[in-house]
Design a binder for this molecule. Sequence first.
Ligand code: HSE
Length: 312
Amino acid sequence: MRVGKYRAYSSTANLGPGFDVLGIALQAFYDEAEIRVSMNGVGRVKVRYIGPYSDQVSSFAGNCVAKRAALTLLGKYRSDVDVDIVIWKGVPPGKGLGSSGASAALIVHALDDMLGLGLKGEEKVLLAGEGEVASAGTPHYDNVAASLLGGLAIVSKSKTGIKVWSTKVSATFVVAVPDVRTHHSKTKLMRSLAPGEVPLNVYVENSSYLATLLAGLLTGDLKLAGYGMSNDVIVTKARSPHVPCYTEALEAAMKAGAYGFTLSGAGPSTIALVDERNARAVAKALEKAYSSCGVKAQVMITQVAGRPERLD
Ligand code: HSE
């Protein structure tokens, strides 16, 4: 019997114009798992959730992601072992913070490590992303890539396969997590709001925002990054009218000096990119804005997280 304990972090996907392409791991929340691997098994997987958000896992379509990822991994590489997994669920589900992605990334990372498989980043992202179909209707790999690889993750998916790339970035964010009820298929619903096609001029405009966002993040020019992040004229534009208090929060954060502001993943959480010295002022402004809208929200200052960690 092998026993291991691991932690993987929450993430924010898209960052405005990077729909399904960009994710950043965030220290704000994390999941932990204790995993027992029994040799001489038959590829059986048991998953149990404990911790602050364990009771909410079953209310969301993504609740089976960790089990699905584990079953796929064992089916492919080690159907001769059984695994028992207890997940301490610390990433709130249904908030746009990569909750299902964090659990799937955690399990794939842990099993790869405990079984000594030496899987490549691409393979791990594909295995963990498999489960996202359950929560979003279609696979998207941005959250799992960020939670698995840490830092800023870029995913490129084409007919010929997937490429992933990640790098450390230094940035401070203020995340607001509204206490609103979300539908169990929230991500799927929010994805259905995105236009199926866009005119060439809109594509060009959005590409310029994505380019400035990346240039800013990679060179540490956070003002430039914030400009790109705030200006998504495709997906965020279509989704934001359906997000409680979005406009008020955007105005408050920018007025308080945030570099950029957007929806976190498919929402309803929002995220502001800030100067570390100004983080408290932006957090206060967001608290005030949500409270004036009559929406309770948890507002947190957070930094970029790394890849999953082994705890013992
Ligand atoms: N890229 C995905 C979306 C992330 O925006 O639908 C979901 O968390």
